[in-house]
Design a protein around this ligand. Structure first.
Ligand code: ATP
Length: 444
């Protein structure tokens, strides 16, 4: 399969099966904004739940937080986003397209007569690079003037920093400890694309771990290892995961050390998560801009310090895309192509399909009963339309790990067939054991 077609196939499967739709499609769509349909919302929720489970529920040194999207505008001055969250851009005066100044398709030097527009091909029409801030602005209150500007947050991290003392004082945690948050972020990206890889509205799963200065490097190394383990635990092909260490020219202004976890997408190795040693930059700046002391008092050592921060920052949408890309496969089955999303069962949006073999002899009634019983335990899907083979294929495309079929024998001896998505093997399972059998398989 050619790699570019894989992305096209995923986009079309996503629409066909209800994973992801283009935003405002009936109006022609809104650039690089996407909506999650019935299966997509379950898949992304499973990714987020797994992250929350590993970060907050499984550990006793991390607390959860849900800070608001809108924040005091000074937050973004302190964070450096107002001054620094910019990309140099060039415009074509002829076709009005806008590009990043470092767009490899541009020939020549923007602003000079030799520069050529990569879209319309005109020469000498590209402007000098100008800085463009990636933050979305809006107004708070009735007056739309400079003083009323607020920003849609471009990252969730700042909500954690400004609440660090609130969480510390209310939770009785001590340094080292962390705060985790999942929430929307917005960036007016200039070169968005690759489906939900880079969008203008997205969700981040960020954790900020506060440590004593001097212990930051050992905590950084631990977190780097734990985060890679988490990615592998999603069932992703380990050969397609790697670390990329930021060189001195790549490091963000706040970072002492940074590693990305990259995945090998059809369009190349790309970041899915960043792990950053942010030092005391963020709390130091907020202390300076707010005038409030943000030091930690270490009772045991009887000393005060501004904690260093180790950040782990992943995109929920980007990880969801990674899971989909990694899971997609086509197989030749008796001369026909079988499309499968081989999700880890814990991530699959639907855990079991329930089918009566035929629509008679009491099978639909019994199947409906089984379906309702299973639905109390996990998401299940009832389907009685079309040939059984086609119903299996539909569930393969949805990534459903198990299909339960009610047939003539079910009525006679109270057993069903359980068909496994990946091997297509079928087991005969007694009805009284079915729920436990599926639950065991889902845990495996
Ligand atoms: P990139 O260089 O790919 O834009 P970044 O280095 O700006 O990413 P961070 O600011 O470190 O990214 O954000 C952390 C994570 O948030 C990224 O690893 C990614 O998963 C996610 N993310 C960032 N920007 C976007 C976006 N525009 N669309 C979707 N996810 C994003």
């Amino acid at each position: 399969m050619a790699d570019t077609t894989l992305m096209d196939k995923l986009v079309s499967l996503s629409k066909r099966r209800g994973f992801i739709f283009q935003s405002s499609e009936i109006y022609g769509g809104l650039g690089s904004v996407w909506d999650y349909g019935p299966l997509g919302v379950e898949l992304k929720k499973n990714v987020k739940d797994r992250w929350w489970g590993a970060m907050v529920h499984a550990r006793n040194d991390i607390e959860g937080l849900d800070a608001a999207i809108l924040m005091h505008p000074k937050v973004w001055e302190a964070s450096g986003h107002v001054a620094g969250f910019t990309d140099p851009l060039v415009d074509c005066r002829h076709c009005k397209n806008r590009f990043r100044a470092d767009d490899p398709r541009i020939k020549g030097t923007p602003g000079q007569p030799d520069a050529q527009c990569p879209v319309c091909g005109s020469k000498g029409t590209l402007t000098e690079p100008r800085l463009f801030n990636l933050m979305f602005k809006t107004f708070m209150g009735p007056v739309e003037d400079q003083a009323a500007i607020v920003y849609l947050r471009p990252e969730t991290a700042q909500g954690i920093y400004v609440n660090y003392l609130n969480v510390l004082n209310s939770s009785r945690q001590k340094v080292p400890f962390g705060i985790a948050q999942i929430g929307k972020a917005f960036r007016n990206e200039i070169t968005p694309g690759n489906f939900i890889f880079r969008t203008r509205e997205f969700e981040q799963m960020e954790m900020q771990f506060f440590v004593k200065p001097g212990t930051d490097e050992e905590w950084f190394d631990r977190w780097r290892g734990w985060r890679m383990e988490w990615c592998q635990g999603l069932g992703l092909n380990p050969a397609k995961l790697r670390f990329h260490r930021h060189g001195p020219d790549e490091l963000a202004h706040y970072a002492k050390t940074a590693f990305d976890i990259q995945y090998q997408f059809p369009f190349g190795w790309q970041e899915i998560e960043g792990i950053h040693n942010r030092t005391d930059f963020d709390l130091g700046r907020h202390q300076q801009y707010s005038g409030k002391k943000l030091e930690y008092f270490d009772q045991a050592a009887n000393e005060r310090y501004i904690p260093y921060i180790v950040e782990t920052s992943a995109g929920a949408d980007r990880v969801t895309l990674t899971v989909m890309v990694d899971a997609y496969r086509e197989e030749d089955v008796e001369g026909e192509v079988r499309v499968v999303l081989g999700f880890h069962p814990a991530l699959a949006p639907i855990k079991a399909g329930v089918f009566p073999l035929v629509k008679k002899d009491g099978m639909p009634e019994l199947a409906t009963e089984i379906y309702h019983a299973l639905k109390q335990r996990f998401p299940a899907f009832y389907d009685d339309s079309g040939a059984i083979g086609r119903r299996y294929r539909r569930m393969d495309e949805a990534g459903t790990p198990f299909c339960v079929t009610i047939d003539g024998e079910t009525i006679a001896n109270r057993s069903v067939t359980v068909r496994h998505r990946d091997s297509m093997k079928q087991d005969r399972v007694g009805l009284d054991r079915l729920e436990d059998y599926l639950q065991d398989q889902l845990k495996a």
